[in-house]
Design a protein around this ligand. Sequence first.
Ligand code: DC
Length: 224
Amino acid sequence: MSFSIAIDGPAGAGKSTIAKQVAKKMNLIYVDTGAMYRAMALYLIREKVNANEADKISEKCKSADITIRYENGEQVVYLNGENVNPYLRTEEVGKMASASSVNGDVRAKLVQLQQKLASEAKVIMDGRDIGTCVLPNANVKIYLTASVEVRAKRRYDELTAKGETWDLEEIKKEIAERDHRDMTREISPLRQAEDAILLDTSYMGIEEVINAIMKICEEKGLWK
Ligand code: DC
């Protein structure tokens, strides 16, 4: 029997942190779809394709073989046989992922992979179009968000902790731009599915958000 939880929301809302922990508690496979768009973006960057070259992106994406494996409970993304996990979480790749994910051919290819994964295991999947497009029949749909200010501050703290120097206002501007692009693109824009439950995490701690999701599952009879 298939079982899935869909988590959508803008960048920096805490989707992956939350989904990973709910996956552990409920014994689900966590599927990070953003990482797949990032792997495709990395491929395009390496192939020297520009974000605005739509035809070239459509053509090039055919030769990017993206597969997922689970190693020690972690999702590992392989790009043409290479483990690319260490290269996915940079600002450059994130920006290119947001830009190239507007492409219909890129989306068709990755949505197919995501649906296959969900048909093979009980999953909690996060992204932008999971509840609206990838898993329209998900058992639970959550739309996780937070204010731009809070999301920018979280990102700033994360980068500062890594020893990087960033300007908070600059991060805020980039997040707002990314939101705009993800929400206004033609194909599968980021939006709350009609049957999704909204969780604004601006003033919630991680544990609180996890508990809220577990409670929703409990109320639906999906968790004891
Ligand atoms: O969640 P993330 O920051 O890793 O995602 C990177 C980009 O990939 C995001 O800006 C938009 C795109 N994306 C998408 O279009 N659909 C998804 N299901 C996941 C990510």
